[in-house]
Design a protein around this ligand. Structure first.
Ligand SMILES: [Zn+2]
Ligand SMILES: [Zn+2]
Length: 217
């Protein structure tokens, strides 16, 4: 599996390309804008996009998906809870405040445990609610986990947005992420730390939210 990254959009979202080198099939995770840049990269790498995957429904992570799914003829997949919640008036209000268009319905919705196959790569959905009701991480069950806005390098996601819940997010991190092998590489939805990626083991030692609120409590 090969991973490429582009930082996109007004809120500097980390958009990941998960590539199966044997088949050139790929998934795009969190296309948060800069569609021309994303399309250019797909073309230059000669990729065939199987899925557009959303770690959650916040507009800054999915605003590029509406055009990409048409131009690439690839389905946008999102957890069912965020697909529903972020099309309610309450949730929409914050997107317009940020200057985003309302979310369109996803093409596919998923739940915890579902697996997406991209050529020979398999990404498993781990439902980690708290940053939003349908926040998820995508795990290749070997080495990499894409953690969206749930777990950052040295921090965790905010929980003050509609549908957010801090205790629930901490529980998700404890029960679903900290149980993974220490050497699992975390690829977050924003580069907020002192380096762009980390490992579960490193975060257990140095992430203050984990050391104080989860392991210290
Ligand atoms: Zn978010
Ligand atoms: Zn974000």
């Amino acid at each position: 599996m090969r991973v490429e990254i582009l930082t996109v959009g007004p809120l500097a979202v980390c958009c990941y390309f998960v590539i199966c080198p044997a088949t050139q099939k790929a998934a795009i995770i969190d296309p948060g804008g800069d569609e021309d840049l994303i399309l250019g990269k797909i073309k230059s790498l000669g990729l065939k996009v199987s899925y557009i995957l959303a770690t959650h429904g916040h507009a800054d992570h999915v605003c590029g998906a509406w055009r990409l799914r048409r131009e690439l003829d690839a389905p946008l997949a999102m957890h069912k809870d965020d697909d529903e919640f972020f099309r309610t008036p309450e949730a929409m209000a914050i997107f317009s405040a940020w200057g985003f268009e309302p979310n369109e319905p996803a093409d596919l919705t998923f739940e915890d445990g579902e697996v997406f196959s991209i050529g020979k790569i398999h990404l498993k959905v781990i439902h980690t609610p708290g940053h939003s009701p349908g926040s998820v991480c995508f795990y290749d069950e070997e080495r990499y986990i894409f953690t969206g806005d749930t777990l950052f390098v040295g921090a965790v996601g905010r929980s003050d947005l509609p549908g957010g819940n801090f205790q629930e997010m901490l529980r998700s991190i404890e029960k679903k992420l900290l149980v993974l092998p220490d050497e699992t590489i975390i690829l977050p939805g924003h580069d907020y730390g002192d380096r762009p990626y980390s490992t579960i083991g490193q975060e257990k030692k140095t992430n203050p939210y984990i050391t104080e609120f989860i392991l210290g409590g």
